[in-house]
Design a binder for this molecule. Structure first.
Ligand SMILES: Nc1ncnc2c1ncn2[C@@H]1O[C@H](COP(=O)(O)OP(=O)(O)OP(=O)(O)O)[C@@H](O)[C@H]1O
Ligand SMILES: [Mg+2]
Length: 371
């Protein structure tokens, strides 16, 4: 049984703000599902409706075998009856209690034994690297430390479903990397269902088992991260995931071939041979290559910029009056102004209709999801 099911959920504010629009989603039990999308796309609103802190204007929400919200059944379970652990973007810690007290308070209320509390506290504090801070007051902590205390306070309750809204946003880059690995490990160890909100595509790619990508309150794609990356359902999905951003170039299909600024490629599998007309090509930087020697299907280009990062070399060239970026990490390293040859592989190429929709017959989806 899925852990959480949203069926046709919408949240309207006033008459013209559609924060969430007809969202249907089945969050698999035990998954690490990320709600991903730009600021204002409806992530927090969705999480608040699942938690019971806000109510849908339309639609049904089920959590496990319970109906959490349904207008027809006049049901709206209070947050405390939904069996969820929550960490929100704005977390409130008690400033007059120590870190240890803040974290263990929930277990004390539940009358859990002292030894058990001490043991769980030690474990969770070590995992979140706050074991040195347990005696301090939370008013004496940095933002990042407070954020970790807020996470610890929820984790210690060992909830079977955990909702996390941008829980790592206040941490510096190194600590954020550590915490990502730690959250992923906690997910594996506990088997809990995690519903995680972020606007950071790298965070979503590295941690999740499933990504639900949102734009303007609408679901764009629901699939495992590498499937969204490799087979984006539309131009938005292709553009939102990946760094550097995918190269999107105007081209056309003619006589069963893809033509674009001198590139002439066969249609990839899954694209109907009857297609023709203008398309957009999606070419990821690491799926393109620059060669010093010409070869079949390659197009001559000039290197306009060379941007070494230490591990990778980013090159820019002009194709079809657009700048495109290529990532390579093996020598020979090219120089600015060099005349070279660009190769693209039809297998990894993404094609989008003028509507933005991917031109493939089957984009992988998680069963039961609608896009
Ligand atoms: N109480 C409210 N009244 C009116 N509009 C609201 C309200 N809460 C949210 N919205 C609007 O709903 C949309 C979705 O907001 P939401 O907070 O869910 O976005 P988000 O994806 O969490 O963004 P962020 O990444 O910035 O946190 C936004 O356009 C926001 O302005
Ligand atoms: Mg938000």
């Amino acid at each position: 049984m899925p852990a959480i099911v949203l069926d046709g959920v919408s949240r309207l504010y006033g008459s013209n703000v559609r924060a969430v629009s007809d969202l249907s989603l089945e969050i698999p039990d035990g998954s690490f599902t990320t709600l991903l999308g730009p600021s204002g796309c409806g992530k927090t609103t969705t999480l608040r409706m699942i938690a019971g802190l806000d109510s849908p204007t339309y639609g049904t929400i089920r959590i496990g075998d319970k109906i959490a919200f349904s207008l027809e059944d006049a049901t709206s379970l209070p947050p405390s009856k939904r069996g969820l652990g929550l960490v929100f973007q704005s977390y409130a810690l008690w400033p007059h209690l120590t870190v240890a007290k803040n974290i263990s308070f929930g277990l004390e209320v539940q009358k859990v034994g002292k030894a058990e509390i001490a043991q769980r506290l030690e474990k969770v504090a070590a995992a979140l690297q706050i074991d040195q801070l347990l005696g301090r007051y939370t008013s004496e902590l940095s933002g990042g430390q407070q954020q970790r205390v807020a996470i610890a306070r929820v984790l210690i309750m060992e909830p079977s479903v955990l909702l996390l809204d941008e829980p790592l946003s206040n941490l510096d880059a190194t600590l954020r990397m550590d915490m990502r690995a730690e959250l992923k490990r906690l997910h594996n160890d506990t088997g809990a269902t995690i519903l995680y909100v972020t606007h950071d595509q790298l965070e979503a790619l590295t941690m999740s088992t499933h990504i639900a990508l949102l734009q303007n309150g609408e679901l764009q794609q629901f699939a495992p991260p590498l499937d969204v990356y490799a087979q984006p359902a539309n131009e938005f999905a292709a553009d939102f995931l990946g760094n550097p951003r995918i190269n999107l170039i105007e081209g056309r299909i003619e006589g069963g071939r893809i033509l674009c600024g001198g590139l002439d490629l066969p249609l990839p599998d899954g694209v109907s041979s009857g297609e023709s007309g203008p398309v957009k090509l999606g070419l990821r930087a690491e799926e393109l290559r620059l060669h010093r020697q010409a070869g079949p299907g390659m197009v001559p280009v000039q290197v306009t910029s060379v941007l070494p990062t230490g591990s990778d070399w980013y090159y820019q060239v002009r194709l079809n009056a657009q700048t495109i970026t290529i990532r390579q990490n093996d020598p020979p390293h090219l120089k600015e102004g060099e005349e070279v040859f660009l190769a693209a592989h039809p297998d990894t190429l993404k094609l989008f209709a003028t509507s933005g929709k991917a031109l493939v017959s089957s984009v992988p989806e998680v069963a039961g999801a609608e896009a």
